[in-house]
Design a protein around this ligand. Structure first.
Ligand code: ADP
Ligand code: MG
Length: 239
């Protein structure tokens, strides 16, 4: 199937140092690829380039079959049709849950049905009129997911979206998030430094180190047949 998201040869340098060093990725509709690696290996920079909030020094980004960024072209983030979720979910504190979810929808569109549908999907039916400060961290995260999905992005970019959550909640939220993303058929690129999160959520793991993807495979295969000692070490503390 045609990839919803594709990159070829992405390179990014900061002050002469190459932090993203030739990244090739492809994510098909309804699939989750996890960009997994230690802190500082270039995951967030890669995601920011795909989102359009940063620009590569070389390489190309396609979204939905269209070049959105290369040497001569650079679409702004809002023209890329991607949903974004970061660790700091940053709901608008003065808006209600329903207003937060409807925020990205065109004003002329009747938002009510879509908001109700999404609140049901994230199991927050009846929360419409509450404000963010009345919600738990996990509930806020689910509102943020509903908000990101409201305009029906075909690609979702997520950077450590669960790392602010309580350990006890995290697995449940991961599973619930994954279920909603699968139901919507969204192609997902999820950045994480936690192997267990990648094992739980990914269809494919791209293991990244020093700006490069060192191995890319299904979770089971990468766990059982790590390509080198450093890859093996990265998974050794999962049981
Ligand atoms: P990760 O998300 O994997 O932890 P990042 O992509 O945030 O890694 O960062 C990769 C490297 O690039 C780090 O060494 C970081 O300090 C550096 N870096 C990231 N953004 C900038 C920037 N805007 N200016 C200078 N260096 C940066
Ligand atoms: Mg990061």
């Amino acid at each position: 199937m045609e990839a919803r998201l594709r990159t070829e040869g992405l390179v990014r340098r900061f002050r002469g140092e190459t932090v993203v060093d030739g990244i090739d990725l492809a994510v098909a509709p309804g699939k989750v690829t996890c960009l997994l690696g230690p802190s500082g290996c270039g995951k967030s920079t890669t995601l920011r380039i795909i989102a359009g909030v940063d620009r590569q020094d070389a390489g190309c980004v396609w979204l939905n079959g269209e070049v959105v960024s290369d040497d001569t072209r650079h679409l702004p983030p809002e023209a890329r049709g991607v949903g974004l979720m970061f660790q700091d979910f940053a709901l608008f504190p003065h808006l209600t849950v329903a207003q937060n979810v409807a925020f990205g929808l065109p004003k002329r569109q009747a938002a009510g049905a879509r908001v109700a549908e999404l609140l049901a999907k994230v199991d927050l039916t009846g929360y419409d009129d509450k404000h963010p400060h009345e919600l738990s961290g996990g509930e806020q995260q689910r509102v943020a997911l509903a908000r990101a999905l409201a305009p029906r992005p075909r690609v979702m970019l997520m950077d450590e979206p669960f790392s602010g959550l309580d350990n006890r909640l995290r697995d449940g939220i991961r599973d619930a998030t994954l279920a909603v993303l699968k139901e919507e058929g969204t192609a997902v690129l999820l950045v994480t430094h936690e192997p267990d999160e990648a094992m739980r959520m990914a269809d494919e793991i791209a293991l990244m180190r020093g700006g490069k993807i060192v191995q890319q495979a299904a979770p089971y295969n990468i766990y059982n047949a790590p390509i080198d000692p450093a890859a093996a070490a990265f998974f050794s503390d999962i049981n």
